[in-house]
Design a protein around this ligand. Structure first.
Ligand code: ATP
Length: 278
């Protein structure tokens, strides 16, 4: 029954939010790493717009520049040429004004701090008063379903719970933009499905803009409003696919023909752009 309901919704875009204003604008951006072994052409002529409220996934084979592009947005790398704006600012200005939260591939929690104190760390650095730090930590731990685990240490939590704690930490100063570098890559499929659902719920309820790196085609299709397919050497965008599934999608949409069609297009793009002789 649920699949039928979803099928009906997939026909239209009634639930799809209208395109918001641009949050990230990338124009003709290239990045070359100069190394001892010669230049590494990590990104070449990338053009991309991410609008407010979008959930955009970068997908592509290892080494195609997904992380590098995310790091350029976050001002952790600088482009060699081309331009990029984040909320109309340079990435450096956006970083200094804390326009985004960043979630890394590994949870990177401090083992000697409790979960609550890990989540409060950015707020301490930013000088928030103690009462507000506590209130924000509680609110965001609840958002990621970790209420009751405030006083635990990271090693007392499963990998999925630790990754949720790191999402709470990235959310704690309420950025409108979340940059997530393959946050669920190390987790098994059942945990990943669950976290995907929780992330979708979070995205829907908080109306944040999300840029998400993944290797998984089903994950990209399930989560995204837009899928950016990349290919390596040099890293470039070879397809941008709009996913007009309803925002309140459930895992059942994976059984629909529309889902399979989008997944197929992603797979075709990945095959076309990748030499498997490498
Ligand atoms: N600091 C660096 N110095 C030199 N080369 C680098 C550096 N960072 C990344 N690279 C190279 O740039 C290319 C793109 O790397 P990147 O990590 O962005 O790929 P990716 O698509 O995220 O890969 P993965 O899926 O394996 O994480 C790779 O060839 C990588 O070796």
């Amino acid at each position: 029954m649920q699949v039928e309901g979803v099928d009906r919704d997939l026909g239209g875009t009634a639930d799809a939010a209208p395109a918001g204003k641009p949050v990230i604008s990338v124009e003709d951006l290239s990045l070359t790493f100069e190394t001892g072994d010669g230049p590494v052409y990590a990104l070449s002529s990338v053009d991309l717009t991410v609008n407010e409220g979008d959930f955009v996934s970068f997908i592509g084979p290892s080494g195609c520049g997904k992380t590098t592009l995310l790091r350029v947005i976050a001002d952790l790398e600088r482009q060699t040429s081309g331009s990029i704006k984040v909320n109309g600012l340079t990435p450096e200005q956006a970083r200094l004004q804390r326009h985004y939260g960043y979630v890394f591939q590994a949870p990177a929690l401090y083992p000697w701090r409790t979960i609550e104190r890990n989540v409060m760390l950015p707020l301490e650095v930013m000088g928030f008063p103690a009462a507000e730090r506590k209130e924000r930590a509680a609110r965001n731990l609840e958002l990621v379903n970790l209420k009751g685990f405030e006083k635990k240490f990271p090693w007392q939590l499963s990998g999925g719970m630790q990754q949720r704690a790191s999402i709470a930490r990235a959310l704690c100063f309420d950025p409108h933009l979340m940059l997530m570098d393959e946050p669920f890559g190390a987790l098994d499929e059942i945990v990943r499905d669950k976290l995907n659902d929780q992330l979708l719920h979070l995205w829907r309820t908080t109306r944040k803009t999300v840029v998400f790196v993944t290797h998984s085609i089903p994950e990209a299709v399930y989560l995204s409003t837009k899928i950016v397919v990349m290919s390596p050497r040099p890293g470039r965008i070879i397809d941008i696919i709009d996913c007009n599934f309803p925002r309140d999608r459930t895992l059942h949409i994976r059984e629909t023909q529309e889902f399979q069609e989008v997944a197929h297009r992603v797979r075709d793009g990945l095959h076309a752009g990748h030499s498997y002789d490498d």
